[in-house]
Design a protein around this ligand. Structure first.
Ligand SMILES: [Ca+2]
Length: 387
């Protein structure tokens, strides 16, 4: 029955019907519910977690000390040299702040001291044009383009195992406690068809590629002679040698009344007003870069990191004076979805808003199952300096 519903959707009435159905408790065997739950970032943390992790936020930040390295003699095309150094990693509790949103971001604390070595980082998110070159050279097929396997979804009937990915769907539903309300698993949605089979990227060469699982991102990085950033590298790069600021550009959401990143304005999740110039994704480099020259380190699309996600990883580093080049926990641990293998995502997306999720704030964290994707999820790569 669900297949019939899904293939018949995409009238508003149909979507509403589907959404109510995927939200049912019995949806545990539903591929759509599973793929959405595994893919989206903003679920699972509660106010009651605060007692464990709250340490006051801002007072825990100390100045960033850049590493004493030598500026490299050459920098790979499209990349930025990140000097590395010692910094305070993590984020404050923004709940209750002006424009702070509704979540306490408990997994981003305690703030702790970290050292990262110098590296190069892509100036922008990987674009459709760049990903197309990879696919042309290798014949690579992304996870979203493949039929989900019985091994991964043993409870899902064969005829429901259909290739696709999670797509944000505007809705008048106003229950913000249920993200399944604005996500639809769309058959045939993939990087070349971001909103589904009828959509295309023919005029979107410079847009960030989306519907990219961690496995896909890692494959691209390997082909490009690069790798995915560790979470610690990503945050060091996003902070741009600043300490404890709320955003990758400073401490206020706007500068000179201008939006500093592609986020969500309007009424979430009903209407993306695009006051920042873009409803949905934006081409890369449309907003000012941060102090290192990196574009879109907040908003636009989420970006994969190499680390497994654990909600209490920072807590586990508490006894370490300085964590040197941390690479994350040995395995994933997300109490919201036990057993799901999740990797870290950073930066937030065009869907972030203080009406719901403010993970465009620089120290905050996201996560997603490593073989799942959405239309607000992409990546960028890093590269080590020559030995
Ligand atoms: Ca926008």
């Amino acid at each position: 029955m669900r297949l019939a519903i899904i293939t018949a959707v995409l009238t508003m009435a149909g979507i509403a019907s589907l959404l109510y159905r995927v939200a049912e408790p019995s949806a545990a065997v539903d591929l759509q519910a599973k793929k959405i739950g595994q893919a989206i970032s903003c679920i699972g943390l509660t106010l009651t977690d605060s007692a464990l992790y709250m340490n006051g936020g801002g007072k825990d930040f100390s100045i960033t000390v850049p590493a004493s390295g030598v500026y490299p003699s050459s920098i790979p095309d499209g990349m930025i040299w990140i000097p590395g150094g010692e910094y305070s990693m993590g984020g404050v509790n923004p709940h209750g702040m002006e424009q702070g949103g509704k979540e306490t971001m408990n997994d981003a604390r305690p703030v702790h001291r970290v050292f990262v070595s110098p590296f190069f980082m892509d100036a922008t998110e990987v674009t459709n044009k760049e990903f197309a070159a990879f696919v042309k050279a290798t014949g690579y097929v992304t996870v979203a383009e493949q039929k989900p396997t019985k091994e991964e979804f043993p409870d899902v009937p064969d005829n429901k195992l259909i290739a696709g990915s999670a797509v944000f769907t505007a809705t008048t539903l106003r229950d913000l406690s249920n993200p399944y309300g604005w996500w639809t698993y769309v058959n045939g949605a993939d990087w070349q068809h971001p909103e589904g089979p009828q959509s295309s990227i023919s005029d979107k060469d410079d847009y960030p590629v989306v519907h990219i699982s961690w496995q896909d991102a890692a494959a691209f990085a390997k082909w490009a002679g690069k790798r995915l950033p560790t979470e610690a590298e990503w945050e060091f790069a996003a902070r741009g040698n600043k300490a404890g600021e709320l955003y990758s550009w400073g401490n206020t959401l706007h500068i000179n009344n201008k939006w500093m990143a592609n986020t969500y304005q309007g009424t979430f999740p009903k209407h993306d007003a695009g006051e920042d110039g873009y409803a949905g994704t934006a081409p890369v480099k449309k907003f000012a870069p941060n102090a290192f020259g990196l574009y879109d380190m907040a908003g636009n699309v989420w970006e994969w990191c190499s680390d497994w996600y654990s909600h209490d990883y920072y807590h586990s580093l508490r006894s370490t004076n300085i964590a040197r080049n941390p690479t994350g926990p040995n395995e994933s641990d997300d109490p919201a979805e036990p057993g799901s293998k999740k990797k870290v995502q950073r930066g937030g997306s065009f869907l972030c808003t203080d009406q719901y999720c403010t993970r465009y704030m620089v120290g905050t964290r996201g996560k997603g199952e490593w073989r799942s994707a959405t239309n607000h999820l992409g990546f960028r790569c890093v590269k080590d300096l020559p030995k």
